[in-house]
Structures are given as structure tokens and as C-alpha cells.
Design a protein around this ligand. Structure first.
Ligand code: SAM
Length: 289
């Protein structure tokens, strides 16, 4: 099959490698070589990829800080017939990365938007996770601050799907501590770091073991992480019916957090699960931020 160069007036959303530069697709190279312009999250990072393949094209920085401001200029170029490739630093643009604003604006302006698929850290980690469950939920980054992170995890705790998180190295220890605390130490964790890179590592642990695993060798705290956490086990029917009744009664008098705490003592079911159930039963009983 021959080369497929960029066409006039088209926005291409181009996935790029998440580490190993040879993971770029032939089609991505066709488009990057021929596009009139490349919009890049960090032009220096993209220069590295382009240099590796001997490509020189005009670059425009498009990042989370300037995306709204530069989009109208890029749309004007598209409408004037230029082809445009959008890339982020690594992986698929728009996925925990900038790009969605430009994509929407291009679509609204009537310009074709064409995906050039390729690597994404979440899917790469899932491919080697060996999970047999058919469903998973991509969450991306949890909030950086502990209180908000724990509150978010409480809202996710009762979901029966594997949860996929991105995490930065400077927060990895705090993050796994909160995961174990809020979701319980027994859930399985697939910790995938530095995927496709020299120090790639995929470990299968229990949440309660993760902190020790990370501190056993400080090198394990370096690099980029995808965390895949098993979903909640479905609660036995009779247990959950009983919990519902207990919670519903407590919620008549108490806010969700207190009702969940007491119901956990009475039923033996995890407080986080009961808190999520309490919010299902009575959303207005949630704690005020
Ligand atoms: N758009 C990208 C994608 O499609 O995967 C994600 C960009 S997001 C800003 C960066 C995060 O992705 C990192 O903090 C890390 O959680 C994850 N990530 C990126 N590259 C990775 C790698 N090689 N190994 C493990 N995780 C990675």
C-alpha cells in the first residue's frame, strides 16, 4: 500500500509513541511528513520525534494554556486549505492531553477531522494486564490533592469495573496509599511503569502491597505510571438489600457520610461502598464541599 499524504483542509489527530520511537505508524509518518503544519503540545518534544525520522515541518505550540487562544488561527488556516496535524507529547491527543477544543472547533467550522490511531498508555497497559473482565473505566488523572482524591475514589469505590488511572511519579506513593485506604487493601493492582521504554515494568500486586513494593527500590517510583485497579466485587443480594434498608433508614436522619459509617458497622460492608450507595439513594445527603 502506498503513502497516504495529508489532504488540504483536513485536521489529522495523530497518535505518537509513548516512549519507543519505533512505535510510530507508517500512516502517522505519511501525515507528519506532508502536513502543511503540525500543532504540537511541546514543540521541543515533537522536534525529537520529527528529527528521528528526518522530518522538518512548521510547528505551532498548542497546549492546555494556549489552546483556546491559538485555535481560531489554526481553523482559519484549515479553511484556507492548509492541512494540519495535531500531536501531543506522547500517545493519543485529547486523551488526558490537549486537543479536544481544536477538534470541536474544526468540526464546527466544517473541516474534516481524521484520526491517525496509535499508542495510548492506557490501552498499552490494558493489553498486558491480563484482566479477564470485559469492562473497564478509564479515569485518567485523579485530583492531585489528597482530600479531593479520596472523595473521588469514594465515588468510584462501588463500581464493578476495572479502573484505569494515570499518575505522575511525585504523587505515586500518596496515590497508592489512598487507593488502598479507600478501596481496601485486597483489590488487585496492575502497576505499569515506563511502558515501551528501557525500564518498562508491569507488576501485579494487591493494593495493600503497593507502597512496600514502591519503597523497596526507589527506582520503582521513577517514570510514568498507569494503574489498573480491580473493580468492586458485586455484593451478595441479601447483603445489599439489607444494607439498602439500613442506609435508607439512617439517611432519614443523617448525612451520607455518617449514615455510611454507621451502616458499615452494622452490616460489615465497606464504608466507601455504602457511601456511594447512600448517594444513589439520596444524592442531596452528600457532604457539602
Ligand atoms: N495522551 C496520552 C495517552 O494517550 O496515553 C496520555 C498523556 S498524559 C498527559 C501522561 C500520562 O500518561 C503519564 O503521567 C502516565 O500516567 C501515562 N503515560 C504516558 N506514557 C507512559 C508510559 N510510557 N508508561 C506508563 N505510563 C505512561
Amino acid at each position: 500500500m502506498g503513502e497516504q499524504p495529508a489532504q488540504p483542509g483536513v485536521l489529522y489527530v495523530v497518535a505518537t509513541p509513548i516512549g519507543n520511537l519505533r512505535d510510530v505508524s507508517l500512516r502517522a509518518l505519511d501525515v507528519l511528513r506532508s502536513a502543511d503544519r503540525i500543532a504540537a503540545e511541546d514543540t521541543r518534544v515533537t522536534q525529537g520525534l520529527l528529527a528521528a525520522y528526518g522530518i522538518t515541518r512548521p510547528l505551532t505550540a498548542l497546549n492546555e494554556h494556549n489552546e483556546v487562544a491559538v485555535t481560531p488561527r489554526l481553523i482559519a488556516r484549515l479553511l484556507a486549505g492548509e492541512s494540519l496535524a495535531l500531536v501531543s507529547d506522547a500517545g493519543t491527543p485529547g486523551l488526558s492531553d490537549p486537543g479536544a477544543h481544536l477538534v470541536r472547533a474544526a468540526r464546527a467550522a466544517g473541516a474534516p477531522v481524521v484520526p491517525i490511531p496509535g499508542p495510548s498508555a492506557a490501552v498499552t497497559a490494558l493489553s498486558v494486564a491480563g484482566i479477564t473482565a470485559p469492562h473497564w473505566l478509564f479515569y485518567g488523572f485523579l485530583p492531585p490533592k489528597a482530600a479531593a482524591r479520596r472523595q473521588t475514589l469514594q465515588a468510584l469505590a462501588a463500581l464493578p469495573f476495572h479502573l484505569v488511572f494515570y499518575e505522575a511519579p511525585h504523587r505515586i506513593l500518596d496515590c497508592v496509599a489512598d487507593l488502598a485506604d479507600v478501596l481496601g487493601p485486597g483489590r488487585e493492582l496492575i502497576l505499569a511503569r515506563e511502558l515501551t521504554k528501557r525500564f518498562e515494568q508491569v507488576a501485579c500486586l494487591r493494593l495493600g502491597e503497593a507502597q512496600d513494593w514502591l519503597t523497596a527500590d526507589t527506582d520503582r517510583q521513577r517514570g510514568e505510571f498507569v494503574l489498573i485497579v480491580a473493580g468492586a466485587q458485586p455484593t451478595a443480594r441479601s447483603e445489599s438489600t439489607n444494607a439498602r434498608q439500613v442506609l435508607a433508614t439512617l439517611l432519614e436522619e443523617l448525612p451520607a457520610s455518617q449514615a455510611a459509617r454507621l451502616a458499615a458497622k452494622l452490616t460489615g460492608i465497606k464504608r466507601a461502598e455504602l457511601y456511594a450507595l447512600a448517594l444513589d439513594l439520596k444524592p442531596e445527603a452528600g457532604d457539602q464541599p
